[in-house]
Ligand binder design. Structure first.
Ligand code: KG4
Length: 357
């Protein structure tokens, strides 16, 4: 019998469900609420909860329909328990619990960051997956910025993480300061492309923690404040922020934000005792072509296999990666199902908390 997994993720502002079979995606649906949160310039938690509640049944039903399956055909249910927004996580967990109890299906709790980390392995055979470890993982999303050493699936060490904003959050805030839309990452990327690179122009923004890579920390609040101050200065001098100012600031801000990642990855690769075989990258910001180009260069010069999620739709939040993360864990370690009566959200769940319950 084929062991299909139904997975659910409502950790932030995407209502997502998927059906997976081992690492293969049979159907995946993501309903994004981003446009509803745009006027707040970020995710509004109680609105996110309400919208998840309104949509969750529809998204799950559509996913099952697309897979031409019914709940009775499913072997297990996987749900994100954290990290994420508590009110949003609750909705997916409640639904997963209901389905698990009503249809007597084992329920598994999945870590959202682990799913982003393993998302580059979607669609790969278990034999191939084994060959990519030990791996260095980079997860850059709206809520997380982490460099991880993964000895094997399930065995992780966090090597560097942010002390304030996540990379995606920093891009969103920068875009907001420039009067651009939400989510800011894709808008900044598009506008920055209009910038005509001129080597004589100096980047007016600071590089976070320059020369301090040994601290193994990312920080974006100083960069964001510098951008806000520069915008204020330009407005004072010129009265307005002109289109060309927005284009150059978008470019310089994005460059600095990505240089920070680049420098840290290079530092870690130089100083890491156990050499990784691959660089696994995941999270919403990995959709960015400029960041991809920088990572390709690093991977090439370090003889590393660079693995992106197989499609850009698996960079941002989705449930396919939740089902695949569970499948890899079931194969590599004996992941245990949880008691549906006891399952609860863990908004600040750490990647290294391997035993969730
Ligand atoms: O993975 P994700 O959907 O949510 C979390 O798990 O947090 O990531 C969302 C983040 C947002 O901050 C968004 O601005 C950013 O990913 N993002 C991008 C791009 N597409 C999405 N950032 C830079 N370039 C992009 N093309």
């Amino acid at each position: 019998m084929k062991k299909y997994i139904l997975s659910i993720d409502t950790s932030c502002d995407e209502t997502a469900a998927a059906i997976t079979l081992d690492t293969k995606v049979i159907a995946s649906k993501v309903w994004s609420q981003a446009s509803l949160h745009a006027k707040f310039g970020g995710v509004y938690p109680s609105l996110a909860k309400r919208k998840h509640e309104e949509r969750i049944d529809f998204v799950i039903n559509q996913t099952l329909k697309k897979a031409k399956l019914e709940i009775k055909d499913i072997s297990a249910i996987a749900v994100t328990v954290g990290p994420g927004l508590a009110p949003a996580l609750e909705v997916g967990i409640q639904k997963a619990k209901e389905l698990s109890l009503a249809f007597k299906k084992p329920l598994f709790a999945v870590n959202h960051v682990e799913a982003h980390l393993l998302s580059p392995l979607i669609g790969k055979s278990f034999e191939e997956i084994k060959q990519h470890f030990p791996a260095l993982g980079l997860v850059v999303s709206g809520g997380n910025t982490q460099l991880i050493f993964a000895k094997e699936p399930g065995k992780y060490k966090i090597i560097a993480e942010t002390i304030d904003d996540a990379l995606g959050e920093a891009l969103d805030k920068g875009a907001r300061a420039l009067g651009l839309g939400y989510p800011g990452g894709p808008v900044l990327e598009k506008i920055a492309e209009e910038f005509k690179v001129n080597k004589n122009l100096k980047n007016p923004l600071p590089l976070p923690f320059v020369g301090q890579e040994k601290l193994r920390k990312f920080s974006y609040s100083g960069l964001k404040t510098a951008l806000v101050r520069l915008i204020e200065k330009i407005k004072k001098e010129k009265g307005i922020l002109k289109k060309e100012d927005i284009i150059s600031l978008a470019y310089f801000y994005q460059e600095r934000a990505f240089n920070h990642i680049e420098r840290m990855v290079l530092f870690i690769l130089k100083n890491q005792k156990e050499k990784p075989k691959s660089l696994l990258v995941g999270g919403g910001v990995i959709a960015n072509n400029n960041l991809r180009k920088k990572l390709r260069k690093i991977a090439k010069s370090n003889n590393l296999k660079l693995i992106f999620p197989p499609h850009k739709k698996y960079c941002g939040d989705n449930a396919a990666m939740i089902g695949v993360a569970l499948a890899i864990n079931l194969k590599e370690r004996s992941a245990k199902d949880v008691n549906p009566q006891k399952i609860d959200r863990i908004p600040r769940l750490k990647l290294t908390e391997s035993k969730i319950y």
